[in-house]
Write a protein that binds this ligand. Structure first.
Ligand SMILES: Nc1nc2c(ncn2[C@@H]2O[C@H](COP(=O)(O)OP(=O)(O)OP(=O)(O)O)[C@@H](O)[C@H]2O)c(=O)[nH]1
Ligand SMILES: [Mg+2]
Length: 699
């Protein structure tokens, strides 16, 4: 059974799904490629909805939040589910914007498969590559969908080649478009050798014969697909070489094996807004993506008989908190009581829920591998693993992207400080990349995030949900400092003021520590021989160094990328103390640091600006003046997308500039790329400014 079979059974009061009958899929990709529209179409085709909603009209199941409606984009992950071919497909629709990647990162931890959506016009974009790399890190099976093939300048084959060149040469077409651009009329399913015709927003009907004039093209790509599949399966290869016509289910089985083992990435295609290509895609998700029984999770839960992993928290002032989870061990029912090893708190789950966008629906039980939710857990946060008895589990690390920009926030009305802080705390429970902290230097409340828009959305939510008006002030650039060469210094801290004195003496060698995975770290190496400093005092030296590194000597910015070797020292049998060694460590670090050629580092942002063609000259000139480095330009239908790398310091207030250069028609997204050394003439100014601020703070 397949093709057009939109199963609508109600999952209520049914036994939990077996793990083998579940498919968990995160829908990921660059901003605006049609992920939400595609999810909407899949729900519609599977009979979960009666009409095809649209992002522009704010009528999709997945983008239900008013802020998403206003901006016509996804701001947080949505959990959805549908039934197809007797399987339950759980979908997590994720935001593509660089500012809202927390939910994307978390979603990828709870699925076996990623559905990577590409625009047939734009091909592989910045966030496509990023999310691909993330899926790779988690070992996820991947299926691609080339969308928007009805648009001008869209090209399936060009996009396929881009995917093969930039993502993996194991990408292979499993579908082909019939026609192109505004004459896009359907898709060919190369696995089942049938066609589906454009339903123009209605439901797709059953399979049709493949148009005859496509025979050669279809033959060519069918062979490529079969070659790629049989190459991964010896038995099938033998049959294929003997000239046997391989049955679709044998090919599908081998395909699923290959996708499961990450040896093949099938590429599907269609037009989400017309519901074109959804039948073949749903079939592919069922037949190509491994179930939890086959692939499973890497999240640890010890020998727990019941366990869940919370991957998303929805904090709502009305319904309270909803915790979305994956069942690691189960089944999980409303009577289940679990303990959170992080807090040791016991939580009775209460009603177990299925989630469909903003709607929830009670179910009796959720089985292993399934995704669902419960409401009103007290102290549980995103990332927690709950278990039936305390087992020493290491909670899975979701490597959330680090916040890259900070704004000072102040409440508009005096006395609203506490309300502002508690509202922002609730919001950062929902989105861990949104961080509220107090600047120890200035005492300001700083709200940090991944992009300006993310922070602005938080402010909107604060107003609407928690009724606090706040102002945002120009962000500070998170400079860092590091060293360029090795240096050595020794410091003796000694005090003799009656009674017991203070004595600590250490010698340090500082060396540049190369970044790993783009992360600059710190390493402390204890090389003391012969016990010239006893074991107990050495960590104090490390502590002193760490403290000194919090505020570098250049501009008071944190120091990173340094290896510190403790090579020598001396102690006093009576006067030595941890405190004395901490101070000695800190002073020795500062002395060596001055000699180690310290430099200032600044964050470089990846900028993508889309502007009307006639503004390209002005925008490029302006980017040049902002120390930007142009990476490329892509014209498409009157608009051009410019990619550039620009120092964050130069682009803090880009919004207004872009609006005035493009008459409000320009748009941009920005995300953190890496740290780079600040050019000397610019560094001088930053260092001067930091010194003035420190002096002012002293007065
Ligand atoms: N012509 C055409 N437009 C599409 C298609 N798919 C989506 N769109 C439109 O493209 C825009 C973006 O679609 P979304 O579904 O919001 O894209 P998204 O990937 O979810 O975007 P983010 O959540 O912001 O990352 C909307 O205006 C859609 O109507 C398509 O296949 N063809
Ligand atoms: Mg979306």
């Amino acid at each position: 059974m397949r093709a057009g079979s939109h199963a609508t059974e109600d999952t209520r009061l049914m036994p939990a799904f077996e793990p083998g009958k579940i498919r968990n899929v995160a829908v990921v990709g660059h901003r605006g490629v049609g992920k939400t529209s595609l999810v909407e179409a899949l729900l519609f085709q599977a009979g979960k909805t009666t009409r095809l909603g649209s992002v522009e009209q704010g009528s999709t199941v997945s983008d239900w939040d008013e802020h998403e409606h206003r901006r016509a984009m996804s701001l947080s992950g949505s959990l959805l589910h549908l039934d197809w071919q007797g399987r339950k497909i759980n979908l997590v629709d994720t935001p593509g914007d660089a500012g809202f990647q927390a939910d994307t990162a978390a979603a990828l931890r709870v699925v076996e498969g990623a559905l990577v959506v590409l625009s047939g016009v734009m091909g592989v974009e910045v966030n496509t590559s990023r999310v691909w790399a993330r899926a790779e890190r988690y070992g996820l099976s991947r299926v691609l969908f080339v969308n928007m093939l009805d648009r001008e300048r869209a090209d399936f084959f060009r996009t396929l080649e881009a995917a093969r060149a930039q993502l993996s040469d194991r990408c292979v077409a499993i579908q082909l478009p019939i026609g192109s651009e505004h004459e896009m009329r359907g898709v060919v399913d190369l696995l089942h050798m049938c066609a589906y015709l454009d339903p123009s927003g209605g439901r797709e009907t059953g399979p049709q014969p493949i148009p005859e004039d496509m025979a050669d093209l279809v033959q060519e790509h069918r062979e490529r697909l079969l070659d790629a599949v049989v190459e991964t399966d010896e038995e099938l290869m033998a049959r294929y070489l003997e000239g046997e016509e391989l049955p679709a289910d044998a090919v599908a089985a081998a395909l699923k094996d290959a996708v499961t083992r990450d040896e093949l990435y099938p590429v599907a295609c269609g037009v989400a807004t017309k519901n074109l290509g959804t039948t073949a895609l749903l079939d592919l998700l069922v037949e190509g993506v491994p179930s939890p029984a086959r692939k499973g999770t890497t999240i640890e839960f010890g020998d727990a008989k019941q366990a869940v992993f919370v991957f998303k928290t929805i904090a709502d002032p009305f319904t309270g908190r909803i915790s979305c989870f994956r069942v690691l061990a189960g089944p999980i029912t409303g009577d289940t009581t679990l303990v959170d090893p992080r807090t040791h708190a016991k939580e009775r789950l209460g009603q177990v829920l299925l989630v469909q966008g903003k709607d929830t629906e009670p179910v009796d039980a959720l089985g292993v591998g399934d995704l669902g939710a419960v409401a009103k857990l007290k102290d549980v946060v995103t990332g927690d693993v709950l278990v039936d008895h305390e087992v020493p589990v290491e909670p899975p690390r979701i490597d959330f992207p680090e916040p890259v920009m900070s704004f000072a926030v102040t409440p508009r009305a005096k006395g609203d400080e506490e309300k502002m802080a508690s509202g922002l705390r609730r919001l950062s429970e929902e989105d861990p990349t949104l961080v509220l902290r107090r600047d120890p230097q200035t005492g300001e409340q700083l709200l940090s995030g991944l992009s300006q828009m993310q922070v602005e959305v938080a402010v909107d939510r604060l107003r609407n949900r928690f009724h606090v008006e706040v102002d945002l002030h120009p962000p500070r650039v998170p400079y860092k400092e590091t060293i360029r060469k090795a240096a050595r210094a020794r410091h003796r801290y000694k005090k003799q003021t009656g009674g017991r004195g203070q004595f600590g003496d250490c010698e340090l060698v500082l060396e540049p520590l190369p970044a790993t995975d783009g992360e600059m770290g710190y390493e402390f190496v204890d090389e003391i021989v012969g016990g010239v400093i006893s074991q107990g005092f050495r960590p104090a030296v490390d502590k002193g160094v760490r403290e000194a590194m919090e505020h570098g000597e250049l501009a008071g910015a944190p120091v990173q990328g340094v290896r510190v070797r403790l090579v020598d020292g001396m102690e006093h049998s009576v006067d030595s103390s941890e405190m004395a060694f901490k101070i000695a460590g800190s002073m020795a670090f500062k002395e060596a640091y001055q000699k180690a050629d310290p430099v200032l580092l600044e964050p470089i942002m990846q900028l993508e600006v889309t502007v009307p063609d006639e503004s390209v000259g002005a925008v490029n000139g302006d980017l040049n003046a902002r120390r930007g480095r142009l990476q490329g330009m892509e014209p498409r239908g009157g608009m051009t997308t410019i990619r550039a790398e620009v120092p964050m310091a130069e682009i803090l207030t880009y919004s207004q500039a872009l609006t005035s250069m493009t008459g409000g028609r320009g748009d941009y997204t920005m995300s953190f790329l890496r740290y780079e050394e600040v050019p000397p003439h610019v560094a001088q100014k930053v260092i001067e400014q930091a010194r003035r601020e420190r002096e002012e703070a002293k007065v």
